[in-house]
Design a protein around this ligand. Structure first.
Ligand SMILES: Cc1cc2nc3c(=O)[nH]c(=O)nc-3n(C[C@H](O)[C@H](O)[C@H](O)COP(=O)(O)OP(=O)(O)OC[C@H]3O[C@@H](n4cnc5c(N)ncnc54)[C@H](O)[C@@H]3O)c2cc1C
Length: 267
């Protein structure tokens, strides 16, 4: 009852942690939370999650917030978030100590434009290009059936430092199998920049886009007439790849308001 009253009076709801998954010890985790039945979002969007902290000087309690992309799809009953523990990060310090049943504050509003309805349905294929935890938004997008009304072929490119950070592969493979039955294609292209593993690309994204190696591996042309592109994650990657794509004719906004490039910086 108290929880319900609080939920109604604030811009956030109060949820509980149902599960914590440790992907890479001490570094990469995901949490599953209960979900407010009135929380709506589009696949690819983010919200803000918060925890109460006490001010050491005056002992007052405040809520500290950070933005996180939903990993779960809009019609799933729970909410999932995937996160990295940044050394010395204020919020990361809290995230590194979470427990099952712990309370988490979740903003009632969802935000962001990393959504398929930004594009025309006429484009042939969609490239989802992420570094690190940027894959969060794309798992939500890939799980959502609406995405596959827009695009019949999707290329998911995930660039990380080490092989162990190539997470969510079981889910990616399941989606690939499910979509192939109805004639859709999901090509998954992993990249490890700090480890050279057999059959995995080992080079920074801007380089393998410019020299054509990414297209060869993806078995698809990255062309502004047939492709739509999403970029998500590290701002330095976004800046470099955006420049290359704009040189190739991609646009975040054309004169007729259409676009074939959308992006989301994580910091
Ligand atoms: C729209 C949006 C969506 C986001 N979604 C996610 C998400 O799904 N998962 C997630 O882990 N983070 C996500 N973030 C980042 C998140 O909000 C926090 O910044 C991050 O968790 C670190 O918080 P912090 O207080 O510990 O450190 P901060 O003080 O916020 O950041 C300190 C430094 O850590 C580095 N950093 C921050 N976030 C990341 C990251 N994700 N990967 C690598 N380095 C990082 C940057 O160098 C940054 O300057 C998102 C950010 C935005 C703006």
């Amino acid at each position: 009852m108290i929880v319900n009253l609080l939920n109604n009076n604030h811009s956030y709801s109060i949820q509980k942690i149902k599960n914590i998954n440790e992907w890479v010890p001490g570094k990469l985790f995901s949490i599953t939370l209960t979900k407010d039945k009135n929380f709506f979002f589009k696949a690819g969007q983010f919200t803000r999650i918060g925890f109460e902290i006490e001010n050491h000087d005056n002992k007052e309690k405040n809520i500290i917030w950070r933005a996180y992309s939903m990993v779960s799809s809009p019609n799933e009953g729970d909410l999932e978030f995937y996160y990295v523990i940044v050394p010395n990060g204020q919020f990361s310090k809290i995230l590194s100590k979470l427990d099952i049943d712990q309370t988490v504050f979740v903003r009632k509003q969802s935000f962001g434009f990393l959504t398929v309805d930004q594009f025309q349905k006429s484009n042939d294929n969609l490239w989802l290009i992420a570094t690190g935890t940027g894959i969060s938004a794309y798992i939500s997008i890939l799980k959502d059936n609406k995405t596959w009304d827009y695009f019949k072929k999707i290329i998911l490119v995930h660039s990380v430092r080490k092989t162990e950070e190539l997470t969510y592969q079981t889910i990616i493979n399941k989606i690939k199998e499910k979509q192939s039955i109805i004639g859709n294609i999901l090509n998954y292209v992993p990249i490890t920049t700090k480890e050279n593993t057999h059959n995995i690309l080992h080079e920074r994204l801007p380089i393998i886009i410019e020299n054509g190696i990414l297209e060869k591996k993806a078995e698809e042309i990255l062309d502004c007439k047939s492709s739509s592109v999403m970029l998500c994650g590290n701002p330095a990657m976004l800046l470099d790849v955006r420049r290359i794509l704009i040189e190739r004719g991609f646009a975040t906004k054309n004169s007729d308001d259409s676009k074939n490039l959308v992006m989301e910086n994580y910091w």
